[in-house]
Design a protein around this ligand. Sequence first.
Ligand code: ADP
Ligand code: GLC
Length: 492
Amino acid sequence: MKREFQQLLLDKGWDRLPRVLIASAECAPISKTGGLADVVGTLPKSLADLGIDARVITPYHRCVKDKYHDQVEHMFSFSVDQGWRSQYVGIERLVLDGLTIYLVDNEYYFGDKIYRGGIPEGEQYAFFTRAVLDAIPNLGFFPDVLHCNDWHTAMLPMLLRTQYGYFEHGRMKTLLTIHNIAYQGKFGFEFFRDLLRVEDRYFTPEFMEINGCAAFLKAGCVFADRLNTVSPSYANEICDPFYGEGLEGILSARRHQLSGILNGIDKKVFNPHSDPLIPKRFDKGHLRGKQACKESLMFDMGLQADPGTPLIAMVTRMTKQKGFDLVERVLDEMMGFDICFLLLGSGDKTYEKFMRDAENRHRGRICSYIGYNEELSHRIYAGADMLLMPSLFEPCGLSQMIAMRYGTLPIVRETGGLKDSVIPYNQYTGEGTGFSFANYNAHEMKRAVECAVGLYRDYHDIWEGLMRNAMGMDFGFERSAEEYARLYIDLL
Ligand code: ADP
Ligand code: GLC
């Protein structure tokens, strides 16, 4: 055990490292829609390297059943009340790459999509909350810390305190990590009264109320013993009304218990030197393979341009958060820089349509692959020259870190984790790992793109220097895991 942890534990009067149960709606590689899954899949493995036994509890989604059913072991089952329904709960265990994942099975709630949207989604995760709390005493693994993530698991701390206080596990410590404050799980009071037996006295602004509704996430912000988010800048931002989405009051009041821990990425999965999903391997010292990845990517995506043409990519959920309004505004103008533009993503139908239309206007220069494709994402990180991430807000962002690891320079807006992970190019010192702009303004973004494209074309040596800087950054999860370990110990 690290000496620092020994000392911290001693100060707390503990003689062992805490056990942690991480509750989440998704967990890579078994279920994933975004960065949350990556973090939940990677964190426990890095904690294990520090000697911390951290396990995950997550729904047994359809996609998990389809792929892993023959590796899953049934542990036990029981039933819980959900309003007027009595519902089956199966607890299954999957051990993957040394990580123990407990899966909550119920075909009615988890037999389809990870997120059903609207009230059905609230019902899925109200059920999950109850199932987790009732399952914990029988898992054979008693956590000291219950680590919740985002709104889907944010009711756990409140129910623990208000309904399980008289059980042993009701005294577990809780941490809530906010990966994205824009999604809060807001429903009418009756929803919480009926499905989770929440008492009426909690429907006030000091507890769960927000704009006449009640929210899962607000309950978590009020009741979790500690709060954190996924970058130091976002921790500051969410205390401000522009980013706080109505929770800035409670978060400012608890600012001393709210920290920002920058995420990391799995350096084994994202490694240009050994990635089996890319056509040619490369590293900092041997960049030639990257050009081969670019050419094969352009060919397969139908991009018909000289291989020296700057290739700008986006790999993203297509939502307002990701800055699509800026892209919509100036994409045609940017195409005037004689570039190729490749998008991999899915989401809002209006943005999807915009990208399809843009592809038709710029045949052979723009390619939009609408959908989710893991393999293609790796090929893009490896083959593109630049990754555009002009987010309106970005709690952390993993894509820019992955891009840097593959020598693809990010062009980002200076917000949240983008600000904390990308060092903007400095023309006087030659320092930098990417490019950035400050305001949410389409023409500011366009200028940043123009600057990057100009440098790429005319100053090859500087560009290669920036690529090496980017590839030399250490975004491994080890550093984040140490910070989480300190936080867990501090909670004991
Ligand atoms: P967010 O979680 O807000 O979507 P992040 O940057 O934190 O953003 O994480 C996104 C993760 O999902 C990255 O690993 C990225 O490569 C991946 N990703 C996003 N969209 C797609 C897609 N269409 N196909 C494959 N991977 C995707
Ligand atoms: C959320 C955020 C993203 C972050 C991810 C993992 O999806 O939008 O910025 O990287 O969670 O924490």
